[in-house]
Design a protein around this ligand. Structure first.
Ligand code: AMP
Ligand code: MG
Length: 301
């Protein structure tokens, strides 16, 4: 059975729902085995890599038209636990696109200036302009993830006391949904990816990093520290998916225990999203065509 975009949507796109989303119902080690039963692991991987390559060529072409038509932009939000492969995904998926049409922002702890504004402010300033693909490596979702797991971070946000009620997080989800709705209605296509890696796989990757001096720079104390809060993060993520996967800005839960799988899926979804805009290279007027023909004649002479 071939693997179509419909399959990907059904398997990994979180439907707008009121019900609880459970991450344990999503297989982090998924590798399309049901679709390619006859293939051994290496053949499957080679197949995915070929699929990625095809998609990257299509993405490059799609991005050219996005740029030329100057009407829409694409915002890609990437969230994940540490070592799930956000950086590698950005590097591979964006490897084929024109650097002029693409921008990446990595969000760290907010500055004092950031904290003097509402939580969406710093992300607003980093949105992609029309014609471009913008990637948020972490995003405003940290304000309902890390900030939810570590309440002391919320205190630093200097919010007025009356904003703290029983519905505090619900209110944040509403703010986010409306913010994304605003973007979608004004020409920014919003795609959100959670790179879903198992806890065992994270351990493996951390150990690989610790065993390789060339990778030590990638490790921070916070990484091991945050792993202790794995369950709290997963609960916070589940709540995020439940409340903020909308028709206009859906979440994708991407299996990421196999890096080649995650990359292939993200590339396919991004490419498809631009193609669905059905953009054409802008046409010029008859009069302008005549002028250009004239210019051509002069150059030839
Ligand atoms: P890294 O992406 O590994 O360089 O780490 C960035 C760090 O910044 C992570 O520990 C995040 O949890 C933290 N961070 C990102 N956004 C926020 C935020 N809005 N509030 C607090 N911490 C954040
Ligand atoms: Mg890190």
């Amino acid at each position: 059975m071939a693997l179509t975009h419909k399959h990907l949507e059904k398997l990994f796109r979180v439907p707008p729902t009121k019900g609880r989303i459970r991450l344990r119902n999503y297989d982090a080690a998924w590798a399309a085995r049901d679709h390619f039963r006859d293939l051994k692991k290496d053949a499957l991987k080679a197949r995915a890599e070929k699929y990625l390559k095809t998609n990257l060529a299509a993405l490059s072409a799609a991005q050219e038209v996005l740029w030329a038509s100057d009407r829409y932009s694409l915002l890609i939000v990437l969230q994940a636990m540490d070592a799930a492969g956000k950086d590698g995904t950005i590097k591979h998926v964006m490897s084929g696109v024109n650097p002029q049409g693409c921008q990446v922002y990595s969000f760290k702890k907010p500055s004092d200036e950031d904290l003097d504004h509402t939580f969406l402010w710093r992300y607003m300033k980093a949105l992609p302009e029309r014609g471009r693909i913008g990637i948020f490596n972490r995003s405003y979702y940290e304000d309902v993830l890390v900030v939810r797991v570590h309440r002391e971070l919320l205190e630093r946000q200097k919010l007025p006391p009356e904003s703290f009620g029983r519905r505090f997080w619900q209110a944040r989800f509403e703010d986010i949904n409306r913010f994304e709705h605003h973007l979608a209605r004004n020409g920014t296509v919003v795609l959100k990816f959670f790179l879903h890696m198992s806890k065992a796989e994270q351990r493996k990757r951390f150990l690989a990093r610790l065993n390789d001096p060339a990778k030590h720079w990638k490790m921070s104390d916070a990484d091991i520290e945050e792993r202790e809060h794995w369950d709290a993060y997963h609960e916070a993520f589940e709540d995020v998916f439940r409340h903020t996967s909308t028709k206009w800005a859906p979440w994708w839960i991407v299996p990421a225990d196999h890096k080649w799988v995650a990359r292939a899926i993200v590339a396919a979804v991004v490419t498809r999203a631009i193609q669905d805009l059905d953009l054409k290279v802008p046409a010029v007027s008859r009069g302008r065509e005549r002028e250009l023909a004239h210019a051509r004649t002069r150059l030839v002479r």
